[in-house]
Write a protein that binds this ligand. Structure first.
Ligand code: FES
Length: 130
């Protein structure tokens, strides 16, 4: 997982999960991050073959969106939904599609290769170091 020396200026790739854990429009895999110095959760989903990750924070009220853990897709499998008031988000961009959200989800950059998915650090997004 994470390396011990923080280098805030260079993005690093942090192992998140195996590719096989993510099926199209299926359950997410959650992971912990430090976002702007606070411990928060991110989640990764697969949609139409591609992987996408976002901070688990609704753009309506900054709270986690899944009431069934790791379930973010609506019943159609086409949109990410916040369980609290039903805001819908585009899974490929995080943009608000409908509901009370303004703006969109905060995206987390990803790489998928050799059967694994990695998230990328950023100046305001770091691994939780043990
Ligand atoms: S908190 Fe997500 S829609 Fe209101």
């Amino acid at each position: 997982m994470g390396q011990s020396n923080l280098n805030h200026g260079v993005a690093r790739q942090v192992l998140l999960c195996q590719s096989a854990q993510l099926v199209n429009s299926g359950d997410a895999v959650s992971f912990e991050v430090l976002y702007e110095g606070r411990s928060e959760h991110g989640f990764v989903v697969r949609f139409e073959g591609q992987v996408y990750a976002y901070l688990n924070r609704c753009a309506h009220i900054p709270m986690e969106m899944d009431y069934v853990p790791n379930r973010f897709f609506d019943i159609s499998g086409q949109w990410l939904i916040c369980a609290t008031h039903g805001a819908l988000y585009n899974p490929t961009t995080g943009a608000c599609r409908a509901g009370p959200c303004r703006g969109g989800l905060i995206a987390i950059a990803l790489t998928e290769h050799n059967g694994s998915v990695y998230w990328h650090t950023a100046p305001n997004l770091q691994p939780i170091e043990c």
